[in-house]
Write a new protein. Structure first.
Ligand code: SF4
Length: 697
């Protein structure tokens, strides 16, 4: 049921309509510019801003339903205090004053013992710099709470990029429109990078060849000229075999390699260990397909690679990103604006994080850092010299770890601890909020200020509030200001307004008056950023060999690092599982928007016809997917979207909206990637059986 917007008074003139400029807050590379139409204080429509070239007036289906989400009948609009057992979601409304005073008192008591027993937990529920880590970071820094390693999505690939190119930098997304060959690698762009797909389509119309490299035959693969359905976790092997072919056929740009790269002789020796036949056996694709891809990549100019984060959610994810990021330098693709690679553009933005987060509030303290990807284990740990104090309090904002963190059986056990004090800032009673002692109502993007970078383009966007906060909802910033006041934190920085925080994010480096006037600003960057080298690495070159990795005792060269759970290594769990997002969800956001959930139907496992037949499974069968960590139930769909030996468990459903209160993360592990300490969601072996089934304990 939707919240009923206040009606216009009968007999009055039609409501004045205004349009407010904003930015999409969601974890998506596109960071669209929004136009919200407001009538009588009610947001009636959210559309893409046609003046913003990257948005082009078009939003995805999810966010075009943003008013449905904002006025959702299940919005949390008052502070709530738990009245039932943890996990049942039973609460009573309380006043802000009662909630904040009690929370502050509880935190002060814990902090008096050891502030590091208090842990923030947040990620990209909003990508905004202000409602993300600004006032919240100030609060936790002043408190001396544990720090959080925010690794859950992109840290392996990000680190791979940093070690190779020097930062999260790459091609300008609009330049893909002019490429003649585009490798769409580990990305279902139609579902998760729609505005890049628009440029790829433009290139296709101009004669470009599109190749999709992905274990799943995605909607994007359907529209490409070729699909290479490699096994999960074998991307580095494919990249090394491509290098092998570039070398033996001399499809190399020797001048570019000589002048702008580091470690060529070593990389060449490594790549020559990977003839296509070897990679074909590892990747599960024909050698001829690898040879043809290398020929296309080595002989087509300009050639561009759109890499996305799916491929780095395996043990060797960092190395895979490194190997792929080496390819453009080998063929001199960077010489052309439409050549190179783009994984993330976020390193291009001159964000003044110190101004937002005020690390000086730590006053010389150096709290421990906990990895958000292992929260399941960490919540169950006792105090020790190695770990530090047991976690006594968790403040969750912009995240839903009970649904999205790996090995959720252990995550749930941790959140169920009666001696854990949990506060959740949220819009809805998510799986995580159901475990909270207090749920505090947070504003949505239509109700607060924010400023945004992007990881898919290079524009800064400003988000103005379009409507007043619903109910008693408050921006995250204000909730942390109020808590700070009750904790006695009286530093002047806790009085900064949200608009002041928006200004502080870039200081003089972005014209704030322009942002206020237009809603967005394009960074002044070169079209071909590395045509003459100048990579932001220590050497200024594309670093095939990383001295920094070697100094850490790691392999300085990229290599294929096999999965922890290697396909074929377990008789009990013979299928590899990946868990890409369902098209109409964005991580766990939007799962409770009925119109979108209706499109998705129910939790689904895609399985190849051969694997299904071997288990007596047909489309629509209720199945149990299980491994040594847990099990979940869902419907099977026999589909060519799954390659033989790999099943696709589409995510991320809220546990309570799934079957039997479970979701796909029951099965994923808490092991970490080779670089960046990221999770390995797609490095996961399972078995599938018709349900009900006798599942080995
Ligand atoms: S989720 Fe992505 S495509 Fe959809 S509106 Fe937001 S930024 Fe644009």
């Amino acid at each position: 049921m939707l919240q009923t917007p206040p009606p216009s008074s009968p007999g009055k003139a039609p409501p004045a309509s205004t349009t407010v400029r904003g930015a999409c807050p969601h974890d998506c590379p596109d960071t669209c510019a929004l136009l919200t139409t407001v009538e009588d204080g009610v947001a009636v429509r959210v559309q893409g801003n046609p003046a913003h070239a990257q948005t082009g007036g078009t939003l995805c289906t999810k966010v075009s339903r943003y008013t449905e989400r904002t006025y959702h009948g299940e919005r949390v609009l008052t502070p709530l205090r738990r009245v039932g057992p943890k996990g049942l979601g039973k609460f009573e409304p309380v006043s802000w004053d009662a909630a904040l005073s009690d929370i502050a008192g509880r935190l002060q008591t814990i902090a008096a013992r050891n502030p590091q027993a208090i842990v923030p937990y947040s990620y990209a529920g909003t990508m905004g710099l202000v409602q993300g880590e600004s006032m919240a970071a100030r609060f936790f820094n002043r408190l001396g709470a544990s720090l959080l390693d925010r690794t859950i999505c992109a840290s392996a690939g990000g680190e791979g990029l940093v070690q190779t190119l020097g930062g999260k930098v790459g091609m300008k997304v609009e330049q893909f429109a002019h490429a003649k060959l585009i490798l769409i690698w580990g990305s279902n762009s139609i579902g998760s990078n729609l505005h890049f797909w628009r440029y790829a389509q433009e290139a296709k119309r101009q004669g470009a060849r599109l190749v999709c490299i992905d274990p799943r035959k995605t909607e994007t693969a359907d529209k490409c000229h070729e699909h290479i359905a490699l096994m999960p976790g074998t991307d580095a092997a494919l990249a090394l075999a491509l290098m092998h072919e570039l070398i033996v056929h001399d499809w190399l740009d020797h001048d570019y390699i000589e002048r702008h790269t580091l470690g060529w002789a070593d990389l060449k020796a490594r790549a020559l260990l990977w003839p296509p036949a070897r990679a074909a056996a590892v990747c599960g694709v024909p050698a001829a397909q690898i040879e043809q891809l290398a020929r296309d990549y080595g002989t087509t100019r300009p050639a561009a690679i759109r890499l996305n984060y799916g491929m780095q959610r395996v043990r060797g994810g960092g190395n895979a990103a490194r190997a792929i990021a080496c390819l453009p330098a080998l063929v001199g693709a960077w010489r052309h604006p439409a050549g190179g690679v783009l994984l993330s553009s976020s390193g291009q933005f001159p964000v003044d994080r110190a101004a937002l987060q005020r690390p000086e509030l730590l006053a010389g303290r150096q709290p421990r850092t906990l990895n958000m990807s292992t929260i399941g284990n960490d919540l169950l740990r006792e105090s020790s010299t190695e770990f530090g104090p047991k976690i006594e309090a968790l403040l969750v904002y912009n995240s839903n770890p009970v649904a999205v963190a790996p090995e959720s059986g252990r995550v749930v056990r941790g959140f169920e601890r009666e001696d854990l004090f949990t506060v959740v800032l949220e819009h809805f009673l998510t799986d995580t909020a159901d475990h909270a002692d207090y749920v505090l109502p947070a504003t949505t993007q239509l109700e607060h200020w924010d400023v945004h970078t992007s990881y898919g383009h290079t524009d800064v966007l400003l988000n103005r509030p379009a409507i007043a906060p619903l109910g008693q909802a408050l921006p995250n910033t204000q909730i942390f200001r109020e808590l700070a006041a009750r904790m006695g934190f009286d530093e002047p920085c806790f009085a900064d307004s949200d608009e002041a925080l928006c200004r502080a994010a870039f200081g003089e480096r972005v014209d704030f008056a322009g942002l206020l006037a237009e809603g967005f600003a394009t960074l002044p960057l070169a079209d071909a950023p590395f045509a003459d080298g100048g990579f932001p690495t220590p050497s200024g070159r594309c670093e095939f060999v990383s001295a920094r990795l070697e100094a850490m005792g790691l392999d300085g060269l990229p290599d294929h690092v096999p999965n922890y759970e290697l396909a074929g290594s377990s008789a009990a769990y013979p299928l590899a599982m990946i868990s890409p997002p369902a098209r109409n969800f964005l991580n766990s956001s939007f799962v409770n928007v009925k119109s979108l959930r209706d499109i998705e139907g129910e939790p689904l496992l895609e399985i190849h016809a051969d694997d299904a037949a071997a288990r007596g499974i047909t489309s629509g069968s209720l199945v149990t997917v299980f491994n040594q960590r847990g099990r979940y139930r869902c419907k099977a769909r026999v589909s060519e979207r799954a390659r033989p030996g790999v099943v696709n468990g589409l995510g991320v459903w809220w546990r309570k909206l799934g079957l039997d209160g479970s979701n796909v993360n029951e099965l994923t592990s808490q092991l970490l990637t080779d670089l960046g300490r990221g999770p390995v969601f797609y490095d996961c072996l399972v078995e599938v059986a018709l349900a009900p089934a006798t599942v080995p304990a």
